[in-house]
Design a protein around this ligand. Structure first.
Ligand code: FAD
Length: 310
């Protein structure tokens, strides 16, 4: 595996903004990951794990360390349980969520289609515990292999280890790399699979009508937890942003609040990462001023000296 230098990242993130990576690697095997980690240790540089870049914003100065983009995108059925209703499938950190869904449906396995149309890799999806309506990815996870960034040890860990919550997992402590994960899916017949394919297509259609699908990171801010706000029934940050009338109206440089969704920022084509950050700061200030609550970013900010959003 080659470690490359000065690699642009704007073509590797959904926002399509940001500067280059000082070093860049695409490991596949566990040994590849270990040599990437050895390299970072020798250079005494920071590491950032990149998936599809669907939930990150890279600073205009880029990332002054090693970007590791998981390239282990294999997928295999590892065990068919005796009751024949459930099957275990192992997926590499680098496989896209949609490819994993397609693999599952091709093998008459259902469950994952609820996440149809969500961009990202299995690594990024487990990091944040992707969600869509009442479904959370953690509902399907059984166990995983993780690599410790400091010691390079590989651990097989169970669901509980991740300490999953809304937008939260143990991977947030920045000590571990997800190598691959095992999911439990339901084995069904051809007719049920056809229904699941229909549901998948319907979810994608619904998403395309509701959300922007280009040059965005999806929801920029997290929803509130009920104990953070007075009106515990209204936890959706988009509700508050929407009432400010900023949809398709508020912009900074080439960054604009989507006309489709008040919690989604889009790069209209000329935005810098600084434009996106400054727009997000304005959105935060407006919500704070009017409702006295502070939305926190769901989008991960990478390569900034200090986090410009609190
Ligand atoms: C149009 C659009 C719609 C979206 N809709 C939804 C939605 O409905 N529901 C939802 O939950 N999310 C949604 N998102 C957010 C996004 O799809 C998810 O957060 C997704 O999981 C990001 O995956 P990624 O591979 O692109 O991760 P990246 O954005 O590349 O990285 C995100 C984080 O994961 C970490 N990470 C990545 N790989 C690994 C690894 N192997 N080991 C450890 N850490 C790792 C990164 O270091 C980073 O901190 C949407 C995004 C977009 C652009």
């Amino acid at each position: 595996m080659k470690i490359q230098e000065n690699i642009p990242l704007n073509d590797k993130t959904w926002f399509e903004t940001g500067g280059p990576a000082r070093y860049y690697a695409e490991p596949i095997s566990i040994d590849d990951y270990k040599s990437a980690l050895d390299f970072a240790k020798q250079q005494n540089c920071e590491i950032f794990l990149l998936g599809c870049g669907a939930n990150i914003l890279i600073s205009d100065d880029g990332f002054n360390g090693l970007v590791i983009k998981s390239a282990n995108a294999n997928c295999e059925i590892i065990f068919a349980e005796k009751d024949e209703n459930n099957v275990l499938v192992r997926a590499g950190a680098g496989i896209s969520i949609q490819d994993f869904i397609d693999f599952s449906l091709d093998n008459n396995l259902t469950g994952m289609e609820e996440f149809s149309g969500i961009p990202g890799t299995i690594g990024g999806a487990i990091f944040i515990n992707i969600h869509y309506f009442e479904f959370l990815l953690s509902q399907f996870l059984v166990c995983a292999r993780v690599i410790n960034k400091r010691t390079h040890e590989i651990n097989e860990v169970s669901l509980d280890w991740f300490d999953f919550g809304y937008d939260k997992s143990k991977l947030h402590n920045n000590e571990w790399i997800l190598y691959d994960a095992v999911f439990k899916l339901k084995k069904v017949g051809n007719i049920e699979t056809a229904f699941a394919r229909g549901r998948s297509a319907e979810i994608i259609r619904h998403r395309e009508n509701k959300y922007p699908i280009d040059r965005t990171c999806g929801s920029f801010f997290q929803n509130f937890s009920p104990n953070e706000i007075n009106d515990s029934k209204q936890i959706h940050v988009a509700y508050y942003l929407d009432k400010l009338g900023i949809k398709g109206e508020l912009s900074v440089g080439g960054a604009m609040v989507s006309h489709m969704h008040a919690n989604m920022i889009v790069n209209t084509g000329t935005a810098t990462s600084a434009d996106i950050v400054n727009l997000a700061i304005k959105m935060q200030e407006l919500v704070k001023e009017k409702y006295g609550i502070n939305p926190k970013p769901e989008c991960q900010l990478i390569g900034f000296d200090k986090n410009p959003l609190k």
